[in-house]
Design a protein around this ligand. Sequence first.
Ligand code: NAD
Length: 493
Amino acid sequence: MYLNPQFCGIKKYRSMTRITVAKGDGIGPEIMDATLSIIMAAGAKIEIDEIEIGEKVFLAGNTAGIAPESWEIIRTNKVFLKSPITTPQGGGYKSLNVSTRKFLGLYANIRPCMSLHPFVKTKHPIMDILIVRENEEDLYAGIEHQQTDEVVQCLKLISRPGCEKIIRYAFEYAKQQNRKKVTCFTKDNIMKQTDGLFRKVFNEIAAEYPNIQNEHWIIDIGAAKLADTPEVFDVIVMPNLYGDILSDVAAQITGSVGLAGSANIGEECSMFEAIHGSAPDIAAKNIANPSGLLQGAIMMLNHIGQADVAERIQNAWLKTLEDGTHTPDIFKEGTSKQKVGTAEFAAAVIANLGQKPSVLKAVTYSDNLAIELPKYKRKEPATKTLEGVDLFVHWGGSDPNELAKKIKLLESSGIYLSMITNRGIKVWPDGFRETFCTDHWRCRFKAKNGEQMYKTDIIELLEKAIEEDIDAIKTENLYAFNGTAAYSLGQGQ
Ligand code: NAD
């Protein structure tokens, strides 16, 4: 089985396309040189602006890892071919990969993972998966705070536009490529609001594509099935974090993480890369596999309307692997014939340009690849009612009954303390003595008699907290939308 990693562009480009290239860190320069030598030899009609990003820029004191002028070049050219970079360890350095995806609105991360059996050794000879990962939100919003001595938090943001764009993209892609099934992975049994929204939108959009099968798996068993029987999956769409992890798993079980490329697609700009990192352990040794970045470049050529060049390269690459010409990461005695370095592998692919594989399925790409997604239309706003507020408190005690006595002093004529939780589990009223408690407490106030609460009640609450010397660290409003409560209950409530 072999996946046709033909890729769907959003925009059509001129015959000569100006692209931005960054050679990155670690093995980045060697795999980029190999990739560029192949695509130029194949006749890619591109002009290149090279920029410097990554470790050197970080260490020169730029915490973003990229100079403002480089952003301008990326935004002007709109198409970016990028080698992996090293983010220095330690605080203060922001991940340039994450900021590039978000600044440029690259909402869809597409990662094809395919087996090249019998030429690349794998436990999963029949594997042909396309992972569509949401790329802008989820825990990758990077909104984190330390709130007490013992507790830090990371905000998980999932939006309806974010879900609609990525899920529609997955179904449109499946339709275009004659894929049979789209699977969704979430953990909506636990995260009923965030993952729950992703799944709800999946169900809504799936209903618009009756000819494509759809299914949903809870991420834990879904991940186990993916690692065990990847052949049962086709297109898989996931929120950001799950997609990040599982696309590496999927790439690795095809034979090597060094084989997979990735496209990051937005409405205006796009970025193409390998899925692996800068592999400093093997840098400058001429042993890295350039295939991941080459696969990214092939997606790029399809994206910019140079399908004929992309096709020539992909077939030559398949032929090279079929010949048994392998870099050390995929070299296996018995299966492989010749162990080669990065540059020699590139030379072998170039020598095979114009040829096709004979066992692996040769690819045929067409130019008509544009996927036009409708612009997101904001829905009519719902009727939003304030039903209560969660007051988060930093308190070093251990007996929730003692805390409840203090917090009850904050009640007023309109609001009352309904529950206290610690790390989400209800500890008052009627908590369990065995429950371990940290110094981070959520105290839920509701309006009396099920009535509406007002923002002035919250201000009054916070003022009283100051008077009573209670360390309020944040509040979270509890809303109902069109009469449906839109917040989680306490665990055990
Ligand atoms: P890694 O992907 O760089 O390496 C993991 C393992 O896979 C290493 O043993 C490496 O030698 C091997 N490997 C990776 N690519 C290979 C290839 N093309 N050919 C042969 N073997 C290959 O992951 P890591 O070691 O966790 O991260 C190293 C650095 O890369 C870190 O600084 C990390 O932040 C960065 N990183 C960057 C990106 C990116 O720029 N897109 C992505 C992931 C990690």
